[in-house]
Design a protein around this ligand. Sequence first.
Ligand SMILES: C[S@@+](CC[C@H](N)C(=O)[O-])C[C@H]1O[C@@H](n2cnc3c(N)ncnc32)[C@H](O)[C@@H]1O
Length: 279
Amino acid sequence: MSSPRTKSARPRARRDLELEAGTSAHYEDPAYYTKTYRARLDDVRFYADYAAERGGPVLEYGCGNGRITLPIARLGVDVTGVDLSAEMLSDLRERLRAEPEDVRARVTVKRGDMRRARLGRRFPLVFCPFNAFLHLYTREDVERFLARVREHLAPRGEFVFDVSIPQPEELARDPARAYAAPRFNYPTLDGKGMPVRYTERFDYDPIRQVLFVAMEFSPVSGEEPWMTPLAHRQFYPRELEALLHYNGFELLDAWGDFDRSPPTRDSITLVLRTRARHR
Ligand SMILES: C[S@@+](CC[C@H](N)C(=O)[O-])C[C@H]1O[C@@H](n2cnc3c(N)ncnc32)[C@H](O)[C@@H]1O
């Protein structure tokens, strides 16, 4: 007699709660996210200019709360954003309400997992900006995602994305040590903000090649501290090139910065312009 376990046709994949938290927690507070990355503008300019040069419509995976989506739409290009985070998408919808009608009309938002979502249409440009790719932790994650990218690319369409290059000194950090950053005002609903001390811990798992970052916030007022986890898969450049190759993509350009300069040994970012082969 078979047990209820053996009756199931497909064994269910085991959930990894640590990775799930490291994929979602950092995006649960869009006001904090916006404040943290407000000075990060080079990538916004790069993707918006690229979309305007090449023409859309654009599919943006991991669009978040629209840091890059909105500037693309403001330049007159239609853009569809897909993201897993309900909080980020709800903030994006809120921001859209403040945009002029023509910009609003150019943006389509869909909640979904970039490894699975199917939109039933193709795009000349597919973007996956600012390390969203680093939330693909296993080979299967990468394979599923690249299969979705292929399905959504128009003939001769391009897939452009950027990732942080693994930094040996970051991966070698002692997980027991807290690295202090300047204290700052954490955004609050009443607009006054809450002064917090901020520290980060880095714990690299060299087997899974995942960097776990613990962001620790301690209110100066003595209120309860809290910690936000972030998990980033580390992809070495040649590993990425191989993954792209064996999933049917050709590399058109590899840049070491958003100014489209070549990568050097000091580069911390890799921007890749790719296309599906054999189309
Ligand atoms: C660093 S943020 C980038 C957001 C936005 N593109 C930007 O540049 O500000 C990464 C985004 O990827 C999203 N994300 C992570 N894993 C995802 C998945 N499997 N499917 C869709 N979105 C995902 C997160 O919710 C988050 O909004």
